[in-house]
Design a protein around this ligand. Structure first.
Ligand code: NAP
Length: 227
């Protein structure tokens, strides 16, 4: 499948590498390709500059958000939550129409440092904002409740643990579940919470996740729901 991964950060990179390994045609989207390729310093977490990472993957293309979204049959939103609405605007309404948007973003505001706060919560969510702005797109929230390495390789955390899916369109959720299966998520560990409104729960969980990250000093963990 042709997949647009909007986002050049660790989530975009990790997802793009996994999808390419799974033989999807992948284009990463960003605001300005020249600017992204000119970055020559490690990021805040000491990871190499984007261009050094990209050089290792000859099958992964880079384009603007618009070019990538036009190519993608499925769009993954892996942009910073604070920039998500702007990134999707740049992607272009016509390039999102009737497509699945797998939204892995979180509404985190780090402007006052750690811990971050949620800039939308309680009565709304970023996923709902996206769905309202692009009613012809099929927004599915998933994979936002764990770090990038667990997202694409659940066995990083031993045993059974869960991933959540939220969205209004049943066929879009089924397609996303197939993608999750291909990453190694077993059906019994995928919890479909219901419509897009239920994304409020997984987005607000991320505040708890951030606190646990502070406690453990590693992001390689996940939760398992016991009933
Ligand atoms: N880090 C994790 O392990 C993890 C796990 C699950 C979910 N998430 C969520 O996944 C998303 C991506 O996280 P990340 O750590 O990979 O990267 P990030 O640094 O949060 O986001 C990088 C991307 O956001 C774009 N961006 C930033 N500000 C923008 C703006 N004002 N307008 C348009 N685009 C903007 C950047 O565009 P350029 O490429 O043009 O610079 C870049 O592509 C976030 O929402 C995060 O909360 C992260």
């Amino acid at each position: 499948m042709k997949i647009a991964v909007l986002g050049t950060g660790v989530v975009g990179q990790t997802l793009a590498a996994k999808l390419s390994e799974l033989e999807h045609e992948v284009m990463i989207g960003c605001r300005n390709t020249t600017e992204v390729l000119a970055r020559n310093k490690p990021d805040n977490f000491g990871r190499p500059p984007f261009k050094d990472w990209l050089a290792k993957y000859e099958d992964i293309k880079l384009g603007t958000f618009g070019v990538a979204a036009e190519l993608g049959e499925l769009i993954i939103n892996a942009t910073n939550g604070m920039g998500t609405m702007e990134a999707l605007k740049l992607a272009g309404e016509k390039n999102l129409s009737n497509k699945i948007i797998l939204d892995v973003s979180n509404p985190l505001d780090f402007s006052k440092g750690f811990p971050p706060s949620l800039f939308v919560c309680n009565t709304d969510s970023l996923a709902e904002q996206i769905q309202r702005e692009y009613p012809d797109a099929k927004v599915v929230k998933s994979l936002n409740t764990m770090n990038a390495y667990v997202i694409t390789n659940p066995s990083v955390v031993p045993g059974d643990h869960n991933v959540f899916v939220n969205g209004n369109d049943e066929s879009a959720k089924a397609k996303v579940k197939e993608l999750l299966n291909s990453f190694g998520w077993k059906n019994e560990n995928i919890i479909d919470m219901g419509d897009i409104k239920t994304a409020r729960g997984t987005e607000m969980y991320v505040f708890f996740w951030a606190m646990l990250y502070g406690t453990f000093q590693t992001g390689n963990f996940n939760i398992k729901i016991m009933k």
